[in-house]
Structure formats: structure tokens, C-alpha cells
Design a protein around this ligand. Structure first.
Ligand code: GLY
Length: 309
């Protein structure tokens, strides 16, 4: 049995390993681990405490995938519910759909009995005031809050990866089944309704028992354009090794848009034999977390560095 995740999942892996040891499924372990990170108020890129959008609203994205049959569930721009990963799982388990967004996702969460809660913390609100309110002239505030003039202020956005990070978790359970999941609050001060890669199957995560699984953190727009998580798994299907597949998926990233200083992308991945790998095109993002069932605690491993710019 194996768990891997982005480095901010380190503390969440041992409780998730307990679930696997007690016979729980890979999906159960992925959901449980991600819920713990979603509850961490100090992680400002995931769940409660995440940085809000331009209007000061926290919009959460998450998805997960079952490698047995590629069943998937996803929610995007979900407001008012602290555990988007669990709502995503319920989409997968209860609906003939894969992906709900915005009001529809919130209506579904309410219908399924998920508890509403405040997801904007004082620290995140203060940071939003310092960053957005302080930069928008008072005369422009009304147009911003009436949603008439928001584009002008998107330049204020910044990638939360610089501060903390989206969370990825991949699990292999005692049956050899693989599951993957991702959760994020997305870019700080993003245009309302913006979705990154995290809720998009094939971009933020992808999982197939026959080949392996991959999940991404970084600039979501690039993983969407590059179908990065699916690319890793497809390359393994085509015969590349786990490490080669991660390297090639990073090399295959689209270029960053003009004005962006880099095309930051990080991958965690496993193959069907239980080997694991982390890869990054940013030298400083060189860690990921892993735990095998024979380990007393989760540990940090080094990502391979693949320069792409
Ligand atoms: N990678 C998370 C996002 O871009 O929203």
C-alpha cells in the first residue's frame, strides 16, 4: 500500500494509511487525506482559509478519480462548503455526471446534506483587503462589486503556489487499486468563476489501474492546456517508464503566456507497480510526500528537476 502527495499532504498521509491498513479503499484514503488539508487553516490554497477571488469570495475546486473504472467526480467554484473533495466524491457516487460548478454544485451539496460553513478566514480576508481593496481606487469599487469591471484588476492575482499549494494525493490500496484526488482554492484574487486544472479530470489528476496515476500543482491554466495529468498516464501506457513519462509531460507543457515569468508545474505520479515519482520544472519546488505501509511515518522525497523554460 502506498500514499503520495504534494508536500503539504505530509501530515495527512499517516491517518490515510490507517484507513488503508484497516481495509479502506484507495478512494477513501484520498478523500480522507485531502479533507485534512482542506481543514488546515494555515494552508491558504486549499479549503477553509484559502485565498478568496477578486470579490473576496472563497471559491473551491476539487476532483477525484477511481482507477478501477475511471469513475470521476468534480466540483468547481463551490462556495460555502469546506470540503469540496467530499462533494466531488458524492457527484461521482450519486449522479450520472462528472462535474458540477458554481450554484449547481452548491445546490447539490445542500441537497446531499453537506454542512455549510464559512470558508473565508480573518487572515485571508485581511490579505484580500491588503492586496485588492488597497489597489482598487474607491471610485472603481462599485463597478468591481457590481461585477461590471473586473478584468482590469485580474493583474492583482497571484498564484497561491508561491505561498502554500494545491493539494494532490494518490493512493494504492491493499487490493492494488489506485485513486487520485486534488483540491484547491485556486489563484488568489482570481476572476470569479475561474477554474484551474484541479477540478478538471485529465488536467489536475488522472488515474487508471492499468497504467498508474498522476496529479499536478502549479499554474492550472498550463495543465489544462497540456492535459498534463493524462499525458503522464498516457505516456506510461505507450511504454515510457514512470520517470520518463513525468519528464516528457513537463517538457510537453505549453509556453507560459506573455508576461508570465515562468510556466511552473509540479507532478506527483505512480505507476501500476507502485513506484512513485515527483517532478517539477521549478528548482525550489523540489519536495513531495510519500508513505508506504511499512513506514512508521510519512517522509519527504525529492522531485526530479526538469527545466522547461
Ligand atoms: N493548480 C491550481 C490552480 O491553478 O488553480
Amino acid at each position: 500500500m502506498l500514499l503520495i502527495g504534494s508536500e503539504n499532504a505530509l501530515e495527512a498521509l499517516p491517518p490515510a494509511m490507517q484507513i488503508l491498513k484497516q481495509g479502506g479503499s484507495a478512494l477513501d484514503a484520498v478523500e480522507a487525506a485531502i479533507r485534512l488539508v482542506e481543514s488546515n487553516l494555515e494552508d491558504h490554497s486549499v479549503g477553509v482559509g484559502g485565498w478568496p477571488n477578486l470579490l473576496g469570495e472563497v471559491e473551491l475546486d476539487a476532483s477525484l478519480m477511481d482507477g478501477r473504472n475511471r469513475s470521476s467526480g468534480a466540483v468547481g467554484a463551490l462556495r460555502g462548503y469546506p470540503h469540496p473533495i467530499s462533494v466531488a466524491r458524492r457527484v461521482m457516487d450519486s449522479l450520472p455526471h462528472v462535474f458540477l460548478t458554481g450554484q449547481g454544485a452548491a445546490d447539490f451539496a445542500a441537497e446531499m446534506g453537506f454542512e455549510r460553513a464559512e470558508t473565508l478566514t480573518d487572515i485571508a480576508a485581511q490579505e484580500w483587503i491588503a492586496r485588492v481593496q488597497a489597489n482598487v481606487p474607491p471610485a472603481k469599487m462599485a463597478a468591481l462589486f457590481q461585477r461590471r469591471e473586473m478584468t482590469a484588476w485580474v493583474a492583482l492575482t497571484r498564484d497561491p503556489q508561491r505561498i502554500a499549494g494545491t493539494v494532490d494525493v494518490i493512493a494504492i490500496d491493499g487490493q492494488g487499486n489506485i485513486a487520485s484526488g486534488v483540491s484547491t482554492s485556486g489563484w488568489a484574487w482570481k476572476y470569479p468563476g475561474r477554474l484551474g486544472d484541479s477540478p478538471i479530470i485529465g488536467a489536475g489528476n488522472y488515474c487508471d489501474n492499468r497504467h498508474g496515476a498522476a496529479a499536478c500543482t502549479g499554474y492550472g491554466e498550463l495543465a489544462i492546456r497540456g492535459s498534463t495529468a493524462h499525458t503522464v498516464v498516457l505516456l506510461m501506457q505507450m511504454g515510457l517508464s514512470l520517470v520518463e513519462a513525468c519528464q516528457q509531460a513537463l517538457r510537453d507543457l505549453p509556453p507560459a503566456p506573455p508576461g508570465w515569468e515562468d510556466n511552473m508545474m509540479n507532478i506527483v505520479a505512480v505507476d501500476r507497480d507502485g513506484n512513485h515519482c515527483g517532478a517539477t520544472n521549478i528548482k525550489q519546488w523540489d519536495e513531495y510526500a510519500y508513505m508506504r505501509d511499512d513506514m512508521a511515518k510519512a517522509e519527504i522525497a525529492k522531485r526530479i528537476y526538469v527545466p522547461t523554460t
